[in-house]
Design a protein around this ligand. Structure first.
Ligand code: ACO
Length: 377
């Protein structure tokens, strides 16, 4: 009998695991669409709330639908006392992504709604998370700075309210818009690692909170969402634009991964980068501060050096990491900001997975020891 060696797709690279109608990443043209709309157009013309609605319901909302959606999200914003107390009791050293993961798990444990797995039930839970996660991230941000939490303001948009809860003030419209653009660009990206994680959990017919908790764990890693934090740590380590080239040569010689560069799907540039880079440059221009000018020069020098040395282009985390720093967030908050956005894409995929579910369970090619007897005791 002849045995055939199966083809291994390490990291599932190149494997088409299912269909999706939510978004498409077209590597050849470096483009990305959400429900058929180019992401650049959504970033230029829509609010984050409209994009969330689009991802969940398949169409952009009309004015009445948007009004209703916004009202529901705003009403769900306040954190209940027990959730706030649980989060306040976590160790001060707890990474904000661990705080967020715990928060989703706890909010799920407290949700009395039956888990009937219908799209309506899942979207109601998704809306709860969309509305509450900013309060968790903001309260944790303030706790790290020794400050008391600030209650949400129902008169403010999703993006404005988040600044209000973090800093007690809403910055000027340019900063809010740059943040909102980052939320729109981070919202959805097909079968990326965290979304696929959410789909794997959902495929077992587990609940939405379990799927989102697992997805947060997957996003935390520096090869995925954690890269936006790693970008800022790397820029801080390099320090000076003049050092960028030499630092890069040494890092590449030491086989280090350069954070914020490269992508599993895009090989000639990430479609989201030009939009985010442009918005970040508006923040740089308005800062008029020598430290910001130096940081921006370093950011540009490293990008140039990486493209010319390796031909590897930045991904969204590269401009987003710098933008979040310029907006005043501390580095550990960066990946949680990604979660506040990606909750929309994860939820859409959870609903889609359930609509035509098949248990996700690949095979493995065994390469351990041959069969052998257990030694006698
Ligand atoms: N720094 C240095 N070398 C890189 C980088 C990088 N950032 N990205 C790719 N390469 C090199 C690899 O070393 C490899 O070289 P080799 O063929 O000589 O061994 C080649 O390019 C292919 O890289 P892989 O890691 O095999 O490509 P893969 O598709 O698995 O990796 C990944 C994609 C994980 C994103 C990778 O580019 C990486 O580690 N980047 C840094 C982390 C990062 O920025 N992640 C954010 C991803 S986007 C997002 O989550 C929003």
């Amino acid at each position: 009998m002849t045995s055939t060696v199966p083809e291994i797709h390490r990291g599932l690279a190149g494997v088409v695991a299912d269909t999706t109608a939510i978004s498409t990443v077209i590597a050849e043209t470096n483009s990305l669409t959400y429900r058929g709309y180019p992401v650049q157009d959504l970033a230029a013309r829509c609010s984050f709330e409209e994009v969330a609605y689009l991802l969940w319901y398949g169409e952009l909302p009309d004015p009445g639908e948007l009004r209703e959606f916004r009202a529901q999200e705003r009403a769900l914003r306040p954190l209940d006392r027990t959730t706030a107390e649980v989060l306040a009791r976590l160790p001060a050293t707890c990474h904000p992504m661990d705080v967020l993961r715990t928060a989703v798990s706890f909010i799920g444990a407290e949700d009395p709604r039956e888990d009937d797995g219908t799209p309506a039930a899942n979207l109601a839970k998704s809306l709860t998370l969309l509305a509450r996660l900013p309060g968790v991230v903001a309260a944790d941000h303030r706790r790290r700075h020794g400050l008391a939490p600030i209650q949400p303001d129902p008169d403010l948009s999703y993006a404005e309210n988040f600044f209000h809860m973090c800093f007690g003030a809403v910055p000027d419209a340019e900063v809010v818009r740059c943040f909102e653009i980052s939320l729109i660009l981070y919202a959805e990206h097909s079968f990326n690692a965290s979304t696929f994680t959410a789909r794997v959990v959902t495929s077992t017919l587990s609940d939405l909170y379990s799927a989102v908790t697992a997805a947060i764990g997957a996003l935390k890693g520096p090869l995925h969402g954690g890269a936006n934090e790693a970008v800022m740590h790397m820029l801080t380590e390099i320090g000076d634009p003049q050092r960028a080239g030499q630092w890069l040569d040494e890092a590449l010689a030491a086989q280090r991964k350069i954070m914020g560069f490269g992508h599993r799907v895009y090989k000639a540039g990430d479609s989201r980068v030009p939009i985010m880079q442009e918005a970040t440059e508006r923040l740089i221009a308005r800062a008029g501060d020598p430290d910001v000018t130096r940081l921006a020069a370093l950011h540009a020098a490293l990008r140039h050096a990486m493209i010319s040395r390796k031909g590897i282009h930045p991904n969204l985390d590269y401009p987003a990491g710098l933008a979040y720093h310029l907006m005043g967030f501390d580095i550990p908050a960066f990946t949680p900001l990604f979660v506040m956005s990606r909750i929309t894409g994860w939820s859409a995929h959870i609903t889609e997975q359930l609509a035509h579910n098949a248990l996700i369970r690949p095979l493995a090619s065994y390469d351990g020891p041959g069969q052998r007897p257990v030694p006698p005791t």
